[in-house]
Design a binder for this molecule. Structure first.
Ligand code: ATP
Length: 594
């Protein structure tokens, strides 16, 4: 129940519309009762041409109304009904429409809010959140899980209000008409509610399994779609199809389990209801035979009993929808309540442009249990180039990831001009850092949009200038729509060298004082390599550069080189000094595979 109320929290901002929906529901229910009660005069006055007789003593004003109706001639009354019945149905339809409209509107608003909240939160979460989860899983929460909540809000809450109003109405009518039999009704309601709650609990468990399976399928889809090239290269299509089929079959099995339980609820409540309706039918029927009750009142009474069963059946369905929404809601709240590990402190200040040095002081870092970086100490003057070399897996990328605070060290400090980067506003820190990685991340946008990413308002002239400096303008001009050409998901429509030069143009445009460069290891042809190299030299000029170096020319000209092995700096100095040491660096240099 706590989970359900937590979910209802999303309704709070829309309480105005919810109030309107509630008013429409109440009126729609009242008109339901009035239209149904027309059975009494239609049967007693028109069909059997007798008088209306109630078994119970009624309040005086209803008694007076019945006496008045009884005094009207049947053909006069028929003429009244011809106008009254359509008018009642029009009013009922009017309130029904607005009740549905307002509730659907709230459903869509809630979904919009949840999606925005999750997306906002995702932007806020640290990189660690993304690296420890599958992309498909994250996407599934924002799509599939949110849809389940929409169902619960649009249909679940609507039906919950509407059906409860119906139960109140018909219980009231039945008590009012036949107080003696009301006790049966109370037992009946209790018996119908019991299986609902029993099965409901199981539903929640199965629903959670279902949402998790959907997330698995989404993850698999995401991996195989984005890795289509590798799947084809390794002729793994059949393997991937088999894997997908297995996941899909499991989803089907869980879904059928859920369907079986949901479907069982409806007939079960109906059977209990009908059983009691028959008892009531017997006693009320006896009263009709003994002329204690008119036929019209009997028909109205019996219809009310059956009308009371219907909302119970519907409520069972609502319960199932709600259980699914609660399961989905739990997964949504896991994202919304996830801890933002890297955030500004209350006293964070803006980082001034560095003018002295950047220093690592006894920095230790681990992703999980194992230390990836140990006792890292170095400093680099502003405007200098620091090359980081070492074997694969030594921790080079991890080290540079600490500078923009993608991760925080668990021990030690990173200082820029005597300010610990943990004490500055993250945005002001990241604005001063440009990153060009091996894996150039481009978006499915125009070339212009990709170069000016982060500067949407910038002048096109500046974009062209940056593209020229990055040796990218010539090939951009040859693209079908020049700067406006859309380059496909992750820039798939461009070559590796072209993608790199766009990323370099992006960094040139950002013009950051600090630059992090992860040189590409992938082999480019010599012309492309020359163009990229030239662009990088222009980009590096006048900046403090951290470069994970793979090119000899970059390492040789670096002001300082640190050699990492298993997370420890084992050598440091410039090229000459390190060659003379005859250690790991000189061995790597000799192999020319830094
Ligand atoms: P390469 O030259 O191959 O890119 P590297 O020197 O840059 O390697 P890192 O990417 O920093 O090495 O990785 C250092 C170690 O940390 C590796 O053992 C790697 O398996 C581990 N590692 C990297 N990222 C994560 C992560 N998100 N979670 C857990 N371990 C990680």
């Amino acid at each position: 129940m706590k989970d359900y109320f937590r979910l209802l929290k999303f309704l709070k901002p829309h309480s105005g519309i919810l109030g309107l929906a509630f008013i429409c529901t109440v009126f729609s229910t009242i008109f339901d009762g009035i239209t149904l009660s027309m059975i009494v005069p239609v049967t007693d006055k028109i069909m059997t041409k007798k008088s209306i007789i109630f078994a119970e003593k009624l309040p005086p004003f209803i008694q007076n109304l019945i006496s008045y109706i009884n005094s009207i001639q049947p053909d006069n009354f028929l003429r009244i009904l011809v106008f009254l019945i359509p008018a009642l149905f029009i009013l009922k339809g009017f309130f029904n429409f607005f009740q549905d409209y307002f509730m659907s509107n709230i459903g869509q608003r809630v979904v919009k809010d949840i999606r925005n909240d999750i997306y906002f939160k995702l932007q806020d979460l640290s990189l660690e959140y993304y690296t420890s989860r599958r992309t498909g899983e994250i996407v599934s929460r924002i799509t599939n899980d949110v849809m389940q909540v929409e169902n619960a809000v649009s249909y679940g809450v609507k039906d919950l209000i509407y059906q409860i109003c119906q139960i109140i109405l018909f219980t009231f009518l039945i008590f009012f008409m036949y107080f003696k039999l009301a006790i049966f009704l109370i037992i009946m309601m209790g018996l119908m509610a019991w299986p609902m709650f029993k099965i409901g609990r199981l539903l929640k468990k199965v629903s959670r399994q279902l949402q998790e399976k959907m997330a698995d399928i989404n993850s698999l889809l995401f991996e195989t779609v984005s890795g289509a090239r590798i799947v084809k290269a390794f002729c793994m299509e059949k393997y991937e199809v088999a894997k997908f089929k297995t996941q899909n079959k499991e989803f089907y099995k869980i879904m059928m389990k859920l369907i079986k339980r949901t479907l069982a609820l409806g007939p079960l409540t109906e059977i209990i209801g009908v059983f009691f309706a028959i008892i009531i039918f017997y006693f009320a029927g006896r009263d009709v035979i003994q002329d204690k009750l008119s036929f019209g009142v009997f028909a109205f009474f019996l219809t009310s009993v059956f009308q009371l069963i219907k909302p119970f059946r519907k409520l069972a369905n609502v319960h199932s929808i709600n259980q699914r929404a609660i399961a989905a809601g739990t997964r949504i709240f896991e994202v919304l309540e996830a801890d933002v590990k890297i955030k500004d402190t209350g006293s964070a200040v803006n980082l001034p442009i560095p003018n002295n040095e950047i220093r690592f002081e006894n920095v230790w870092f681990k992703y999980e249990d194992e230390n990836i970086l140990k006792e890292i100490n170095f400093n680099i003057g502003v405007g200098k180039v620091l090359a980081i070399v070492g074997p694969s897996g030594a921790g080079k990328s991890t080290l540079v990831d600490l500078i923009p605070r993608f991760y925080d060290p668990y021990k030690g400090r990173i200082i820029i001009d005597n300010i610990d980067i943990k004490d500055v506003k993250i945005e002001s820190l990241r604005r001063q850092i440009g990153i060009v990685t091996q894996e150039t991340i481009l978006f499915n946008d125009s070339v212009k949009g990709n170069i000016s990413y982060g500067h949407p308002e910038i002048d096109e002239i500046k974009i062209i200038e940056a593209a020229k400096k990055a040796n990218a303008y010539d090939f951009i001009q040859n693209l079908p729509q020049g700067l406006d050409t859309v380059i496909g998901d992750r820039g798939v429509k461009l070559s590796g060298g072209e993608r790199q030069r766009i990323a370099i143009a992006r960094a040139i445009l950002k013009d950051p004082p600090i630059l992090i460069l992860d040189e590409a290891t992938s082999q480019l042809d010599s012309e492309s390599e020359r163009l990229v190299q030239e662009a990088l030299s222009i980009l590096m000029k006048g900046r403090t550069v951290f470069v994970i170096a793979h090119r000899l020319s970059t390492v040789v000209s670096a002001d300082q080189i640190i050699v990492l092995e298993r997370g420890i700096i084992i050598e440091r100095g410039n090229h000459q000094q390190l060659i003379q040491k005859q250690g790991l660096y000189s061995r790597l240099y000799e192999m020319q595979s830094l």
